[in-house]
Ligand binder design. Structure first.
Ligand SMILES: [Cu+2]
Length: 306
């Protein structure tokens, strides 16, 4: 008998698509840690998200990826390990409806609350819009359709781990204190786009004024003060922590999130964020998902102990 709980290994690695060139190791930056102010009390934040209160957090030194993990690097991991992702085991993942050809869009079920998502059979990291799609021109884009355990497995293979939420935010703030975005308080300083989010009317018209409708290359847009690219927008990023919304206002040291809980923290927002619906491209914004969730706007970056 074949057990559904056991991933089918071996076959997958043989068919791993190969990037045109070796992507090399994860680019990363060593950060000193120290004390920073975590969270925000923005008037337009979502109360249920638990962004506040603003609290003092002390962090030990650590290293973090300057880029989200790309398709090319994830392909190298799969080729080396035969890793099968959750989306591959489940046989489907969520794709933004407008990216799909009509025939596929019509047969793919949509959640009532978020009808712009389609559950697409065969959508995986290597076929981001389902059967017939691929990674050409997207090798340097963030890998998507990966669950929390897939992300954690990649990080282990790369000698690291997922960042804690506090590490993620400290790194994303880029040395600035109390700012709304990783580069300051203005969304488009001097009229320039600094991240890949939605322009136009969500979810019907994306004018792609920032240059991108879907994912952008992981290195797109200028980095923040710590050298990190795309901590705002592009793809959501899994963090190590379990989800919780009750934070003590007291100072904390190397916090790792609640001990219990099923969902995991996601940070940064994605190419689908728009102020009319979801302004979670703010640097203190946060949300969560069950660890086996995957979608075309959810990826991750790695961290390492110093
Ligand atoms: Cu959003």
């Amino acid at each position: 008998m074949f057990s559904l709980s056991v991933p089918v290994r071996g076959g997958a690695a043989a068919g791993v698509p190969a990037p045109p060139e070796d992507p090399g190791p994860e680019p990363s930056v060593a950060l000193d840690g120290g004390t920073f102010l975590m969270g925000a009390e923005d008037a337009d934040g979502f109360a249920a998200d638990g962004e506040g209160p603003v609290r003092e957090v002390r962090l030990s030194p650590f290293r973090i990826g300057t880029l989200a993990v790309t398709n090319a690097r994830f392909a190298a991991f799969v080729a080396a390990t035969g890793h099968v992702t959750e989306a591959e085991r489940f046989g489907w993942s969520f794709v933004f409806a407008a990216f799909l050809p009509g025939a596929l869009r019509r047969v793919s079920p949509r959640p009532d609350a978020t009808p712009w998502w389609c559950g697409v059979s065969g959508a995986t990291w290597r076929a981001p819009e389902g059967p017939g799609s691929g990674l050409a021109e997207r090798w340097d884009h963030p890998v998507v359709h990966v669950g929390w355990a897939d992300a954690a497995a990649y990080c282990r293979w790369a000698g690291g781990r997922l960042p804690t939420e506090a590490e993620w935010e400290y790194a994303a703030r880029g040395g600035l204190a109390g700012r709304r975005y990783p580069w300051g308080d203005e969304l488009t300083p001097d009229g320039e786009h600094r991240c890949n989010i939605w322009q136009g009317r969500f979810p019907t018209t994306n004018t792609a004024e920032d240059g991108y409708r879907g994912t952008a290359p992981a290195h797109a847009f200028p980095p923040n003060g710590h050298g990190l690219h795309n901590v705002a927008g592009n793809v959501w990023e899994w963090c190590a922590d379990r989800w919780g919304t009750d934070h003590s206002a007291r100072p904390a040291s190397d916090p790792k999130g609640p001990r219990r809980g099923t969902s995991r923290v996601m940070r940064g927002g994605s190419y689908l964020c728009h102020h009319s619906y979801c302004n979670r491209y703010r640097v203190a914004a946060r949300t969560s998902n069950t660890p086996d969730s995957s979608a075309g706007n959810l990826g991750f970056r790695c961290a390492w102990d110093a």
